[in-house]
Write a protein that binds this ligand. Structure first.
Ligand code: GLC
Length: 746
């Protein structure tokens, strides 16, 4: 290339580089300029987030205009509130039409434009599997199911579609994704996580964020994400939501921080904090986590948000603070930048007092407000052209619905298929029974149209339950008899009678929707009524396909041993019924894989990446179905697992190749999982850890050569000194039923 053009390109780089730096710089200057103009009250208002109820008309009134203008002015003008969350009206919360959302957000911004400094309100909403609270939004499989797809591209698309539908609703900040790791199956929010594995959760969460935010989340079809719930919220020792977790520093750094690191690296600008406590320190009072680690080590530059009421709960629940005022001081000084004490202005009032008395330094206020303003500038909130995205072409589009259908299909796990019971014949006479067979809510879970997702009457009438989808696709006789509810036997005898003139029974068991503490349970065992129904169905001697739906792996061991087909559906979203019917009749070849270990018994909870002593002598990793399990209607085989050499230095990448072949008779997708084991180290190492995966689609007989690269970081662990380290020694790489070894040396 001629020298002149290299010179011109170099000049171009310098110009572009300067302009990007200037843009960032200008935003920092804009923040400093604005901060300098702000009164103390205006600053503290920016740190204050309140629920819609604080600005809303009383529940049930003014349904065509749920905002109370006087209350809105009181919040945004008199109390300078910088953020509002949620949909009308807490606690049930209820989805609104997209037109109503556009009206609500326009009204809020119009009032913020009347404030002295015209700082726009940042409106936050939970949209964890699509725009939860916008009617007819595309509602995806929940995170546990998205993890079961092992498909980062689908997670990216889910993020992009969710952002688009939020912006068309006038909303711009999503309290999602959950980056908590799901290693306690009793926990009622397991289904909001990407499962038990750090690598899988990190990849899928980061993909979701990149789809949701793009390279610039101020773009008209992009929106802000929020990593939650930082950190250690998902591991309550007794499995109940918002109860103590005991997580050592090493475990925290090995299993709980990495997903948040991945989310920060993916660019999420906000983080919501853990409502529980770890080692006796409530998440909202933990300076070590919120400041020393999050800021000092992880370099997070955005702002932190408390979870619901949790600052006040440092006093009212945790007995850490001796007053609400002390609770505010503890939380702000620990590192909470914005407060979700949602139902009043107590945070605003108390923090004002604390700053005026000198108990909280203005420097801490300026630090928090600068972070919040920086995010608002980066979100384009101050830009005059920060318009709402048009509904047309951006909301509930055929393409988005099709993507949702694909995600649902890829999220379903075929766990057992004996005697080729599946796929079913279209003309088969099928008896469908069980509590989850004819409910959309059982496929969507919490955060669906309402907070708990359990109001079936509010679900769209045009969506298909499992039963309705089977009925639509079948050319035979399809009969539905409920048999039992989630907790009570209803008409089991009618099921037994009906079984006589049907070829196959599809038995749908599982859980009703729930989230947070309302989903707490004492055992993973299924309710006895469901077990009785299952036993009666099995006793008919007819072929049975057992389908489970719900947020947790309920114990089905006794039933599974006596049926030929098992499908684990978890929460496949609004297209779940169609997806399950497609798989039942063979119109889609299943390829979902378990992102969790499915327990054999309620107290037999062992993770796939267990320690050596957990599979020593009589101990063992013996789940009903292991992490990564999932069958297909075809077969695949991996072969020729190879490394380019078997000795590496500590700083070298390791290139690995393997072939995968479709050895069956049908086209199908296969996820190739690459595990690593560090054979001996100064801290006990997991028997295996997922370090890479690739999903491919192959025709019968087709094979593909795959290559993977492991970096030194992939071989690292948290050492005795609590620092991430890589040690010399021998390692195993495992793919399918092959293992190769290599060694690291200085
Ligand atoms: C809840 C949840 C959190 C949610 C927030 C706002 O308590 O813990 O996940 O984003 O409140 O609804």
């Amino acid at each position: 290339m001629p020298i002149k053009s290299i010179f011109l390109i170099a000049i171009l780089f310098v110009i572009v580089g300067c302009s990007v730096r200037n843009q960032k710089q200008s935003k920092v200057n804009k923040v400093e300029e604005l901060l300098a103009k702000m009164t103390l009250e205006e600053k503290i208002g920016q740190m204050t987030q309140v629920d819609f109820s604080v600005i809303g008309a009383p529940a049930g009134q003014n349904l065509d205009d749920p905002i109370d203008k006087a209350k809105l002015e009181d919040a945004v003008i008199a109390h300078h509130v910088g953020s509002i969350l949620n949909t009308p009206t807490t606690p049930q919360n209820k989805a609104q039409s997209i037109e109503m959302w556009r009206k609500i957000t326009q009204t809020v911004q119009a009032v913020s434009a009347k404030s002295r400094l015209k700082i726009p309100v940042l409106y936050g909403i939970d949209a964890i599997h699509g725009a939860t609270y916008t009617k007819n939004a595309v509602l995806f499989p929940q995170a546990i199911n998205m993890a079961a797809t092992f498909n980062p591209e689908l997670s990216f698309k889910e993020g992009a579609i969710t952002a688009r539908e939020l912006r068309a609703s006038g909303l711009q900040w999503n309290f999602s994704p959950v980056m908590d790791i799901g290693r306690q199956p009793l926990w009622p929010r397991l289904w909001e996580t990407y499962g038990e594995d750090v690598h899988l959760a990190s990849i899928l969460g980061a993909s979701y964020i990149k789809g949701h935010q793009g390279d610039d989340f101020s773009a008209s079809n992009k929106a802000l994400t929020c990593l939650k719930h930082y950190v250690g919220y998902s591991f309550p020792i007794n499995g109940k939501d918002r109860t103590p977790a005991w997580i050592s520093e090493r475990m925290l750094r090995e299993y709980f921080l990495p997903t948040f690191e991945a989310g920060i690296k993916a660019g999420s600008p906000t983080i919501m904090v853990n409502s529980g406590e770890v080692d006796g320190i409530p998440g909202h009072a933990n300076y070590h986590y919120l400041t020393t680690i999050l800021r000092g080590e992880m370099g997070f530059k955005g702002f932190t948000l408390s979870d619901w009421e949790d600052i006040k709960r440092l006093y009212t629940r945790d007995k850490l603070a001796t007053s609400e005022k002390e609770a505010v001081k503890i939380a702000v000084m620990a590192g909470i930048d914005m407060s979700m004490i949602p139902m009043d202005f107590s945070f605003y009032d108390l923090l004002l007092e604390l700053v005026k008395s000198g108990e909280v330094p203005i420097t801490r206020i300026d630090e928090a407000v600068s972070r919040i303003l920086q995010v608002k500038f980066e979100a384009g909130l101050f830009e005059p052209d920060n318009k709402m995205l048009s509904i047309e072409g951006n909301f509930a589009t055929p393409e988005a619905i099709a993507t949702n259908g694909q995600a649902a299909r890829e999220s379903i796990v075929l766990a057992k298929n004996d005697n080729h019971i599946l796929p079913l014949k279209k003309d088969a006479n099928i008896l469908v029974t069980g509590p989850t067979a004819n409910l959309l809510s059982a496929m969507n879970g919490g955060w669906t149209i309402t907070w708990q997702g359990d109001d079936e009457s509010l679900y769209p009438k045009n969506q298909l339950t499992v039963f309705k989808a089977i009925e639509k696709k079948s050319t035979g006789k399809v009969t539905y008899i409920e048999g039992s509810s989630f907790t009570d036997e209803i008409d089991i005898n009618r099921v037994i009678e009906a079984a006589k003139n049907h070829d196959t029974i599809v038995l749908c068991l599982g859980e009703k929707p729930y989230t947070e503490t309302l989903g707490n349970i004492g055992s993973l065992n299924l309710n006895q009524a469901q077990i009785n129904l299952a036993n009666a169905v099995i006793a008919t001697g007819k072929p049975v396909v057992l389908i489970t739906l719900g947020g947790r792996p309920r114990i089905i061991t006794a039933q599974v041993e006596k049926v030929d087909g098992v499908i684990l559906g978890f929460l496949p979203g609004m297209e779940g019924g169609t997806a399950i019917a497609d798989i039942l009749f063979g119109d889609y070849n299943p390829n979902g894989r378990l992102p969790i270990s499915y327990p054999r018994d309620t107290n037999d909870i062992v993770m796939y990446d267990h320690k050596p002593m957990e599979s020593y002598e009589s101990n063992g990793y013996k789940p009903l179905y292991p992490f990564g399990h999932g069958l297909s209607y075809t077969t695949f085989q991996t072969n020729d697992l190879k490394l380019q050499k078997d000795k590496f230095t500590l700083d070298e990448n390791i290139n690995i190749t393997v072939t995968v072949k479709n050895t069956g008779l049908r086209k199908g997708k296969e996820t190739v999982l690459l595990y690593v084991n560090d054979i001996a180290a100064s801290v006990t190492r997991p028997s295996k850890q997922l370090k890479a995966f690739k999903k491919v689609e192959l025709n019968p007989g087709q094979l593909e050569h795959l290559s993977f690269t492991l970096t030194p970081d992939d071989l690292s662990f948290i050492g005795v000194d609590l620092k991430r380290t890589v040690e010399v020694g021998d390692f195993k790489v495992m793919v399918g039923n092959e293992t190769v070894t290599f060694s690291l040396a200085k």
